[in-house]
Design a protein around this ligand. Structure first.
Ligand code: P1T
Length: 484
């Protein structure tokens, strides 16, 4: 993972030059005017004519986005999906879209239900085997759409490999990477070869759950021009006040992302050690099949953690009704922690069969870890897990997971059942949280807590060909926990 370069300076200053305003204001004024005076018919003094085509506050924000995303041209849209729809407008009837199979439910819905009536057909294919993904291209494939990490299963795509394979088959095929879960602070798709970085700004970029917006950023002059025309001609633009708020949000993006990441790894390690949790999916964990790819192509990991509770839909519901610091709500990426149930919330619009195939099941809970005090977050998860899943009295001690070391050293190391644990890795009894349990269960071996996982991630190793170290993740492998 490389460093972040001059990210903070760009986020704070790019597009914000005080000298461009008469007042020399240090932050962009909110320019509410919808229209601008012309000295002669058809002549503009300021370069602005009518706000749908360009607005001073919006322009400042777009310049800031271009700088932090390493692009030449950024355009903002009235929502994330308005931006996705604008990209779809680049296509024509009979064009084909190749999309990753696991992606935001709304993107899936838009491609299927708005794309199809336009004569645009979409296929949803996993990217774990990049060769197979690229082989799914058709002669009329004009757009490749991927998310990495995906929503909600946090799968990692090797973006450079996809670009290489897709461009080898058709150099003109447009490759879009939905970067919503990372932001440019942690991942820059344009540097990895994508044609367009797309993001729902509603999430990390804004970061405060008070603006809906999307953004597209590109280095391709032709795409920039076509998208700008779509922005002007179709008019799905955000208002100046929203642009001002997002501009303000960008200035603290680096601070917020670092805080999200710091909390998320602790939450992930806590859940990974928890007997009431069947599986934790977080690309920052060594156990994640895409961990090594993520380390190569990202500068860090964000605040999104997905896990499978040890129980059924009722356990999931009880967990979500019991949380107190986390809020049960759709969306993600803001300062406050949120939790949701993808199968009946964000991904309800994905056809049931596709959901089942993907593993978006009743036990799958998605967390957006905010930047509150970590002890409060973990204590909240602990009490909600206790409410939702009876039994398993011994739960990990919160205190062990809130230290600096907790983020660095894995408290959990999973060994395949087929491999005898080396002498120095003999399972030990976990330390138990006396607050929640009152009674330790020293006779229960730690190995007993994590029964073989039956999730799709474990069942379908082929999906991760090339990224999964086979010895660590045998199909249906028994997990053993050792506590350090
Ligand atoms: O909500 P909107 O700003 O229109 O963005 C759509 C969108 C696009 N891409 C990804 C990866 C997303 O997660 C979203 C929106 N997602 C949620 C609302 C959610 O809770 O997952």
């Amino acid at each position: 993972m490389s460093d972040h370069g001059k990210f903070a300076t760009s986020a704070i200053h790019a597009g914000q030059e005080p000298e461009k305003w008469k007042s020399w204001a240090v932050c962009p004024p909110i320019s509410l005017a919808t229209t601008f005076k012309q000295p002669d018919p058809g002549v503009t003094k300021s370069g602005f004519e009518y706000s749908r085509g360009g607005n001073p506050t919006r322009n400042s924000l777009e310049e800031a986005f271009a700088a932090i995303c390493h692009g030449k041209k950024a355009l903002v849209w009235a929502s994330g999906l308005a931006g996705t729809n604008a990209v779809l407008q680049l296509l024509r009837p009979n064009d084909h879209v190749l999309a990753i199979d696991d992606l935001y439910g709304g993107t899936n819905r838009l491609l299927r239900r708005l794309g199809e009536p336009m004569g645009i057909q979409a296929d949803f294919v996993p990217t774990a085997n990049v060769d197979k993904f690229a082989d799914s291209m058709k002669p009329n494939t004009k757009l490749v759409w991927i998310e990495s990490p995906t929503n909600p299963l946090l799968q990692i795509t090797d973006i450079r490999a996809v670009v290489k394979q897709v461009k080898a088959k058709n150099k003109d095929c447009i490759i879009v990477v939905d970067n919503t879960f990372m932001s440019a602070y942690f991942q820059r798709p344009l540097d990895l070869g994508a044609d367009i970085e797309f993001a729902s700004v509603t999430k990390y970029y804004n970061g405060h759950s008070d603006v809906l917006m999307g953004v597209t950023i590109t280095n391709n002059a032709d795409l920039a021009e076509r998208l700008q025309f779509i922005q002007f001609a179709a008019g799905a633009v955000p208002g100046p006040f929203d642009c001002y708020l997002v501009n303000r949000g960008l200035k603290t993006l680096h601070v917020r992302m670092a805080a999200h990441a710091k909390n998320a790894i602790r939450v992930a390690r806590y859940l990974e050690a928890h007997p009431k949790v069947r599986q934790v999916i977080y690309p920052g964990l060594e156990s994640h099949p895409g961990h090594e790819i993520a380390k190569r192509q990202c500068h860090g990991f964000s605040g999104m953690v997905t896990f499978r509770i040890r129980g059924d839909i009722e356990a999931s519901r009880t967990f979500l009704k019991s949380i107190k610091v986390f809020t049960l709500a759709e969306s993600l990426g803001a300062v406050e922690s949120l939790a949701e149930l993808p199968c009946i919330m964000t991904h309800a619009s994905v056809p049931a069969e596709q959901r089942a195939q993907l593993g978006i099941t009743d036990d799958l809970i998605r967390l957006s870890v905010g930047i509150e005090d970590i002890e409060d977050l973990i204590t909240d998860l602990q009490q909600a897990l206790n409410a939702a899943v009876p039994g398993y009295e011994a739960t990990p001690a919160v205190g062990e997971f809130i230290t600096e070391d907790a983020a660095k050293t894995s408290a959990v190391s999973k060994q395949p059942a087929t491999t005898a644990a080396p002498g120095n890795m003999t399972p030990r009894t976990p330390k138990v949280n006396s607050v929640s349990s009152g009674v330790a269960t020293p006779t229960r071996s730690a190995a007993g807590y994590n029964a073989p996982t039956t999730s799709r991630l474990a069942e379908s190793p082929a999906r991760y060909e090339g990224s999964r170290p086979p010895s660590r993740h045998p199909p249906g492998g028994q997990s053993t926990i050792t506590f350090g």
